[in-house]
Write a protein that binds this ligand. Structure first.
Ligand SMILES: Cc1cc2nc3c(=O)[nH]c(=O)nc-3n(C[C@H](O)[C@H](O)[C@H](O)COP(=O)(O)O)c2cc1C
Length: 320
């Protein structure tokens, strides 16, 4: 898997980074995509939603499928299913902080049972013809930071890369990501290290790369601003900031996303869940509040498109 220099990863985010959003982020400069996490148990039981989540498109490459669980046999069986979808790599989730998963020993729960964590990584590596990567956090809580031990273990178990969200499980998404760990991890392992957590501005990505990361993973900032990947890449190349994104481009990308989204969902659906993307496309633009109010009355793809076209027409008339 060729990744080029300092790849920018779109972080897996449940109910956000579905296939339509991943394709849009790719178009806007994300180099590597990862699916939302999918339960190995659900894959084995052939749950429809799980099977749907692991589908990837040719235009997403390179793309990884992320899986989670706590039982090594289930991981091994799930790998067989994932491989049929032909992703470029398989990512093991060892960072999910949701209580229902972590308490069962899944996600960040693996950080409390490093022996099981190791068995799982080894088993997935042994079962998978594809590269295997691991995404984790610093540790369970402030008093049990195990990331250096985990990094060593993950490398020795045969993983091809490690992504670290620089928070503990207990922090969830609170406080600040502690990037200072990245330098220490870098000195501990030789496999590619992907830094993650609180990268919002292009300068943040540069700091992570200066800490020795090979790549940077961006999550919530991509939802708030899908152009973040282009902005980061431009800054890394030139040291300069990209100029503001025009309203025309915002509307065009939002409409493209809407088109993929309605096709992906099935066109008869009411697209309430698409509303979470409006902030990213339109926050801060002139007339944003009015546009949002109008968008909140639109539920079908055609209604949403009409609102966007009207807004663009009126805005162009205002500026002429
Ligand atoms: C809504 C939401 C869903 C998430 N789902 C996943 C997931 O499925 N798998 C995973 O490894 N991390 C998941 N995460 C964590 C992100 O991948 C990322 O590690 C975290 O948001 C920190 O990065 P950021 O500060 O760039 O957002 C999720 C985060 C959010 C906000």
């Amino acid at each position: 898997m060729e990744l080029g220099d300092h790849p920018l990863f779109l972080a897996p985010m449940e109910d956000v980074t579905d296939q339509p959003f991943r394709v849009i982020c790719k178009e806007l400069g994300a180099d590597v995509l990862v699916t939302e996490f999918t339960s190995v148990e659900a894959l084995i039981r052939n749950v429809k939603k799980a099977a749907h989540r692991i589908r990837v498109l040719e235009e997403e490459r390179p793309v990884g499928v992320q899986i989670f669980g706590f039982n090594e046999d289930s991981f091994s069986k799930a790998v067989e299913i994932v491989v049929q979808q032909k992703p470029d790599f398989i990512d093991i989730n060892a960072g999910c902080c949701a209580r229902k998963h972590a308490a069962r020993g899944e996600g960040a729960g693996l950080l409390r049972d490093l022996q099981n964590f190791e068995r799982i990584v080894k088993r997935v590596v042994a079962s998978s013809p594809l590269p295997v990567t691991v995404k984790t956090r610093l540790g369970w809580d402030h008093d049990s930071i195990v990331i250096l031990e985990v990094a060593r273990m993950v490398e020795a178990a045969g993983a091809s890369a490690l992504t670290v969200h620089c928070r503990t499980k207990q922090q969830m998404y609170k406080g600040e990501a502690d990037w200072s760990w990245l330098e220490k991890i870098r000195k501990t392992i030789s496999i590619p290290l992907i830094g993650n957590g609180d990268v919002i501005e292009p300068e943040h990505a540069k700091i992570l790369l200066d800490c020795g990361c090979d790549g940077v993973m961006i999550g919530r900032a991509a939802l708030r601003n899908p152009w973040v990947f282009k902005q980061v890449r431009y800054f890394l190349k030139t040291g300069l900031k990209l100029s503001a994104i025009s309203l025309q481009e915002r509307v065009a990308i939002c409409k493209k996303h809407l088109h993929f989204y309605s096709r992906h969902q099935g066109t008869r659906d009411r697209l309430y869940a698409f509303r979470k993307f409006y902030t990213g496309y339109f926050n801060g633009i002139a007339g944003c509040a009015k546009l949002r109010a109008a968008l909140m009355t639109a539920v079908t793809a055609t209604e949403i498109e009409n609102v966007l076209d009207d807004f663009l027409r009126h805005s162009s008339a205002d500026t002429n």
